[in-house]
Ligand binder design. Structure first.
Ligand SMILES: NC(=O)C1=CN([C@@H]2O[C@H](COP(=O)(O)OP(=O)(O)OC[C@H]3O[C@@H](n4cnc5c(N)ncnc54)[C@H](OP(=O)(O)O)[C@@H]3O)[C@@H](O)[C@H]2O)C=CC1
Ligand SMILES: O=C([O-])CC(=O)C(=O)O
Length: 258
């Protein structure tokens, strides 16, 4: 499968390393869409990709799927056009807190017979949560995220501080680069207005930690993910990048787990 990526930051670089450098059996990154060609010129030689700054030319290149790894604004401005031409995957899922955008993307995908894939990003357990909600029987979903204080721009904090306590829908408006996980959790489960979120800035941790607690007719579950941050962007966990890789790999299979 030939891949086009939008964005060339921390996540895109992990993808290019794992797929092109490591010579993945079934996947190849061919095209990368950026807004600043000069800044990213070196990637052409490093990973054997072609850079594009024109969306139409990017979408006409020899790719089967487009992966967004940029930001929520790019999802809003580019994804409707992308889905008219290609299957797509997006990691800045926080943009989908906008219900009108979700409706538009779903309508385009259906009309053009394309699929929009939403990887689980820096968390897990979304199979269980979707199963538990399949008959509308979830009672409570709560996410507690603890990040290094500096990743949340609290460089001088001496002890941990709760910087947000509320619902997923509001969390993403205040922390668009840190609370994408709250939105995918909400979409998988009880909705972004019902999903409870606490965000803690902690000067004593060096990982991005997501603790998910779920209650429903099935019983209860807890997941705790202690993520290694990416050196290029410590707000972002390595797992978020490889959740894209894993989702791409599973698309090629003729069986499904979960
Ligand atoms: N779902 C999840 O669990 C998670 C989601 N994320 C999200 O994933 C996204 C990517 O993260 P990460 O790689 O760490 O981010 P980075 O900031 O490292 O990289 C973002 C890249 O997007 C590029 N970009 C920005 N605007 C545009 C544009 N208009 N057109 C083309 N390229 C553009 C930037 O280019 P430039 O240099 O020109 O600015 C940069 O190359 C973020 O939105 C982040 O919040 C992150 C972690 C977890
Ligand atoms: O990478 C993480 O741990 C989570 C994150 O930034 C996000 O959800 O936006």
């Amino acid at each position: 499968m030939d891949i086009g990526i939008i964005g060339a930051g921390a996540i895109a670089n992990v993808m290019m390393e794992r797929i092109n450098h490591d010579r993945h059996e079934n996947l190849k990154v061919k095209s990368v869409f950026v807004r600043n060609e000069e800044k990213y010129q070196h990637l052409e030689e490093e990973f054997g990709i072609t850079l594009y700054t024109d969306l139409e030319a990017f979408l006409s290149s020899d790719i089967d799927i487009v992966v967004e790894a940029a930001n929520g604004e790019v999802v809003k401005s580019h994804m409707p056009e992308v889905l008219k031409h290609k299957d797509a995957m997006l990691i800045s899922v926080g943009a989908l807190a906008d219900g009108a955008l979700v409706a538009e993307l779903m309508q385009i995908a259906k009309h053009h017979d394309h699929t929009l894939h939403l990887p689980s990003g820096a968390i897990g357990g979304l199979d269980l949560i979707q199963n538990a909600q399949s008959h509308g029987e979830l009672k409570r979903v709560r996410l507690t995220t603890r990040k290094p204080a500096a990743a949340l721009s609290y460089e001088d904090l001496q002890s941990e501080r709760v910087v947000f306590d509320g619902r997923a829908k509001e969390a993403i408006t205040l922390y668009p680069q840190n609370m994408n996980v709250a939105i995918i959790l909400g979409m998988a489960g009880m909705g972004i207005e019902e999903t409870e979120v606490m965000l803690i800035a902690d000067p004593n941790v060096d990982r991005n930690i997501h603790h998910i607690e779920v209650k429903g007719a099935f019983g209860r579950a807890e997941f705790k993910v202690e993520n290694q941050p990416l050196p290029d962007n410590p707000k972002t966990s390595y797992l978020a990048a490889i959740s894209i890789l894993g989702t791409l790999e599973r698309m090629n299979r003729h069986f499904r787990i979960g």
